[in-house]
Design a protein around this ligand. Structure first.
Ligand code: PLP
Length: 374
């Protein structure tokens, strides 16, 4: 006997959470044939000798055993590679997404408030909602800066259990000043998670706040520095914070292959640093080239992507969507972030590619923009 589709649908309708039923699955564009400038990945794969070292390390792991639940070699390698201060502990996640979700789960009971400047990383809101917390986004200013007085007022009014600060911010690329960060941290009634997913492309870090302030942890990822396939994030915090946050971490969340591979890769950290430096140089060149296109505004970026506003290319709305479609038809994938928030209307987010990728993007825009104007 097989269940009919209708009877399966009935049980699902009565069982799966209504808000989950209403959700769309996380959409990822198929980029196999494209110049992929949509997901903030590094365009650079590892050199053959490092790839071979990873293969050797992975070739030795015992696949019949569960992974180490507290992998010292990984934590030691992360501590050294990313300058985690001696007084801080490290927690590892299956991507920093997992750490963000765990931080919300550990702090919020239903109805508690999760806060962030907004627009920012969409998963803060998604994980808040799925954990029955209330998400409060505090709008950025018209020039996409953090609105510190508005944050301080909103924190006093809504008493968030947890505040996320993406520094630099996604999807805008802008950096918050050290003063702005400190003011938010000192006014926050609960935990502040400073999300430095893009720290490799920024000139400063807030890592010192982890030890100087009682309510700060830092979350980072290796995804943006050329290791997105690895699924590894790390949280650095005072040992007392890590003791608490680590309680909800699923056992064995970091598989043996990732554990072996990351230790092997981080022995070659200077190669990752060189790629990041190349990306920063290419980012600054791309920002200047975009700004030189008639009607295009590009924002400063401390990340591995650039936000560009196409509202002045032509008077009618819909410029960014048309440019997005036309780029896609030419095999160039970027991200149309306009639908995310009114402040991002007519904006595309463009990840930095290789110099050839970036040149192809600029050539395509030079072709497309006159067609939008007419
Ligand atoms: C600000 C920010 N935090 C966290 C993440 C998640 O990274 P991961 O790949 O480690 O889950 C992203 C990914 O785009 C991001 O932009």
């Amino acid at each position: 006997m097989t269940a009919s589709d209708a009877s399966t649908a009935r049980v699902i309708a009565a069982t799966i959470r209504p808000d989950v039923q209403a959700l769309a699955r996380y959409a990822v564009a198929d980029g196999t044939q494209a110049i992929k400038l949509d997901a903030m990945e590094s365009p650079y794969s590892l050199p053959d000798d490092i790839q071979a070292a990873v293969a050797r390390a992975v070739g030795k792991v015992a696949l019949n055993r569960y992974p180490s639940a507290d992998p010292r070699p990984v934590k030691d390698a992360v501590r050294t590679a990313f300058d985690i201060p001696a007084g801080a502990d490290i927690m590892l996640g299956n991507g920093s997404d997992e750490l963000i979700s765990l931080a919300i789960q550990s702090t919020c009971v239903p109805g508690d408030v999760v806060m962030s400047p907004w627009p920012s990383f969409v998963m803060y809101e998604a994980f808040a909602r799925l954990n029955h917390a209330t998400f409060a986004g505090v709008p950025l200013t018209a020039d996409l800066q953090i609105d510190v007085p508005a944050m301080v007022e909103a924190m006093a009014r809504l008493r968030p259990k947890i505040v996320f600060l993406a520094v630099p911010n996604n999807p805008t690329g802008l950096m918050w000043s050290a003063d702005a960060i400190r003011t938010v941290v000192e006014a926050a009634p609960g935990l502040v998670v400073i999300d430095e997913a893009y720290h490799a492309f920024a000139r400063s870090t807030s890592m010192d706040l982890v030890l100087s302030h009682p309510n700060v942890v830092i979350v980072r990822t290796v995804s943006k520095i050329g290791l997105a396939g690895m699924r590894l994030g790390y949280l650095a915090g005072a040992p007392a914070w890590v003791d608490q946050l680590d309680k909800l971490r699923p056992p064995y969340n970091l598989n043996v292959l990732t554990q072996a591979a990351i230790v092997a890769v981080l022995e070659h950290k200077p190669v990752l640093d060189a790629h990041a430096a190349q990306i920063c140089a290419d980012r600054d060149a791309l920002i200047a080239s975009l700004a030189a296109l008639p009607g295009v505004t590009s924002y400063p970026s401390a990340a591995n992507f650039v936000l560009a506003n196409f509202s002045s290319v032509a008077a009618q709305p819909g410029n960014a969507a048309r440019i997005y479609d036309d780029l896609k038809a030419r095999g160039i994938l970027v991200r149309n972030v306009g639908p995310m928030h009114p402040l991002l209307a007519e904006c595309l987010r463009i990840s930095i590619g290789t110099p050839d990728d970036n040149a192809a993007l600029l050539a395509a825009l030079n072709d497309i923009l006159p067609t939008i104007r007419n």
